[in-house]
Design a protein around this ligand. Sequence first.
Ligand SMILES: O=C(NNC1=NCCC1)c1ccc(Br)cc1
Length: 328
Amino acid sequence: KRQDSSAPASPSGGVEYLVETDVGGQKLNLDFDTGSGDLWVFSTSLSASSQANHHVFNPSSSSTYKAMSGATWRIIYGDGSGASGTVGTDTVTVGGTTVKGQAVELANRVSAQFVQDANDGLLGLSFSNINTVRPTQQKTFFDNAKSSLTKPLFAAYLPLNANGAYDFGAINARHHTGSVAYTDVDSSGGFWQFPSTSYKVGGTKHSLSGVSAIADTGTTLLLIADAAVTTYYDAVQGASFDNQQGGYTFPCSASLPDFAVRIGSTNYATIPGSLINFAPIDNSGRTCFGGIQSVGQIAGMSIYGDVFFNAYYGVFDDAGPRFGFAPI
Ligand SMILES: O=C(NNC1=NCCC1)c1ccc(Br)cc1
């Protein structure tokens, strides 16, 4: 029963965390994404220019790959990036956890962002009801693996500028401090989603009535309603919205207040100001881009991406389902 394991997650350019994944004996570095439900890989079906600088999966070189006749997939992510292609099954191993007959989606088209990114594909860890394979929807790696785990859970440990991990089947006490607090999850939309109806800037509380948040390791920043974003940067000397950069920037020397978000009906998660300086916008190191930005048109939703996970260990527990969090 115990196929529990901990797979290293390596930070790549501060944008994503990549996990070495074995697909039919071929190693690929995948972006583990709790905000989507497809496991897809760069493949030999892509144009040569799209394949450049990526490890690609060659189905002909896998002795365990089986094509899924007539199946296709097409996905568009919240940032507008996307990919599409065909489908098969193969044996997939992450850390010490193996799934046989896992749906593996082969990209024959990827958007420009993915060609530039360091990943060789994504491994979706949302709920399977948003998997895009048609005519027969497929299950995520975790959905398939959970029956062989001690507990039907996985956890994301994503420290800033350091190697992290995805733990499967058990909480790893080395990856968090203090106790894990939980909130119930509404999985009907496919996401690890929970109410998040208030926030604090430097200790002052503000409400976000009716708003839910999703825990999304596939999104880099913390995205929240405009009202919260302006309230935050109003407290940062020299901050302003930079149209060219497409978000709020500030002097890299600015002191940033903490930002706390309410998770469910109980606790706040506090992200220290130091983790809200995402990166300099250029090599001068004069102006920096903020880790809190607007969620845009996605009404009533906040997206807690890697900036959140740089401060908190995230526990994705199918028993419930529920989302747990504890300071790293
Ligand atoms: O696409 C989403 N998360 N994953 C990824 N983003 C970029 C590449 C992977 C996403 C999920 C839910 C909502 Br609401 C908005 C966006």
